[in-house]
Design a protein. Structure first.
Length: 373
């Protein structure tokens, strides 16, 4: 009903607006004296057990798998443990190598996704230790796991996952920071600086969401578009994948996300005049100097006639000569940019679906939680 949507046009619009709050809730009570403390997993994963972990496998499906990809970047950087991310339905059927020191982290909003549940059970039977990152209290996957770290995004009604994704990334980051400190890889000082970045995100995200009208305009001009590409590099890559998934699900438009570095290995052949391409541009302050590489990708596709929609940091003027439209995100550390860059893509998919007169909350052929294999 309209009342349940709290004045918003759809549950999805309401849930996007709740993302800053979802982030805050996921951090709540898990930071003490500027450092991450995860008491709730201490029983299933005492510090010794975390120190013994030699490999992490992250499992999920759809959006949950994309949040997992971001977890990989963060956990490897902060905790120095090798991480693989795999679709739960692929993992389960290929005789994966697991041992007692393999930590399997599953991600699920509903906690009821059959593909993910079967993979978690299988991992447990094969002797791996299992941690669930879940948004639904008492869900089956949470109960099947050795420990659970709840995302506290609140109930998500719209079929397309939005605030749950944001909260999943925050939970994975909390876990990565915790693991890094327990394993002695991340010094307290460095850890505190990262925690402070995490805590500054809800306010920054609030600011990003204020660009909703601009995003709506952009989407309305594109209601006839038949294909949209998304490019990102490093942590921008999972954002590109997620932006494409949202557009497929909601607006029924062919969309594909690519790692920007892969462009010249094939996908650039797709570029023809008028092709819409979203590019998630890394910060020019980024130490790995990926910014100029992505700007040069933009030049390459623009020269072939692409219509470029850039998501770039405030003040990044290098993109201006080559981008047709620019959405801005506030300054943040590299690892935190995805949490700001994904919201405009969620809004975009929602607005494009609305412009086409489609049901934003219940896209065709999809269920909120897929409880069959
Ligand atoms: C996201 O917009 C999708 N509807 C879908 O990919 C979803 O994320 C996936 O089915 C996993 O669901 P879960 O998080 O409830 O396990």
């Amino acid at each position: 009903s309209a009342a349940e949507k709290g004045g918003w046009s759809s549950f999805m619009a309401k849930e996007i607006s709740e993302e800053p709050e979802a982030l805050e809730q996921t951090l709540l009570g898990r930071v003490h004296d500027g450092l991450v403390v995860l008491d709730e997993i201490a029983e299933g994963f005492p510090d010794d057990a975390l120190r013994a972990v030699d490999r992490i496998v992250v499992l999920g499906a759809g959006t949950a798998a994309y949040s997992g990809l971001l977890g990989k970047y963060a956990i490897e950087k902060w905790a120095g443990v090798p991480v693989e991310v795999e679709l739960a339905h692929e993992f389960r059927y290929r005789d994966p190598v697991l041992g007692p020191n393999t930590l399997v982290v599953s991600i699920s909003q509903s906690g009821e996704t059959m593909d993910t549940l079967m993979a978690v059970k299988y991992a447990g039977e094969r002797g791996a230790r299992t941690l669930s990152i879940c948004n639904t209290q008492g869900a089956t996957i949470a109960r099947e796991s050795d420990a659970v770290l709840y995302t506290r995004a609140g109930p998500e009604v719209a079929v397309a996952s939005t605030k749950a994704f944001t909260a999943q990334v925050a939970a994975l980051y909390l876990f990565g920071l915790h693991l890094g400190r327990v394993r002695g890889v991340l010094a307290d000082e460095a850890s505190r600086a990262l925690v402070a970045e995490l805590q500054a995100l809800p306010a920054k995200l609030q600011q990003v969401l204020l660009q909703g009208d601009e995003v709506r305009q952009m989407a309305r001009q594109m209601s006839d578009t038949r294909s949209v590409l998304f490019l990102g590099r490093h942590v921008g890559y999972p954002v590109a994948l997620e932006g494409a998934l949202k557009l497929k699900e909601l607006a029924y438009i062919h969309a594909e996300g690519f790692a920007a570095g892969e462009l010249k290995h094939g996908p650039i052949a797709l570029i023809e005049p008028g092709q819409r391409v979203f590019v998630i541009v890394p910060s020019p302050r980024d130490g790995a100097s990926l910014h100029p590489k992505v700007v040069s990708n933009i030049q390459e596709i623009r020269a072939r006639g692409a219509h470029v929609l850039a998501i770039a940091e405030a003040g990044d003027v290098a993109v201006l000569p080559f981008a047709d439209e620019v959405l801005r995100i506030p300054l943040a550390g590299t690892m935190f940019e995805p949490l700001l860059a994904v919201a405009p893509l969620q809004q975009f998919a929602m607005e494009l679906a609305a412009a086409k007169g489609l049901d934003v909350d219940q896209p065709r052929n999809l269920a909120k939680s897929v409880t069959v294999e």
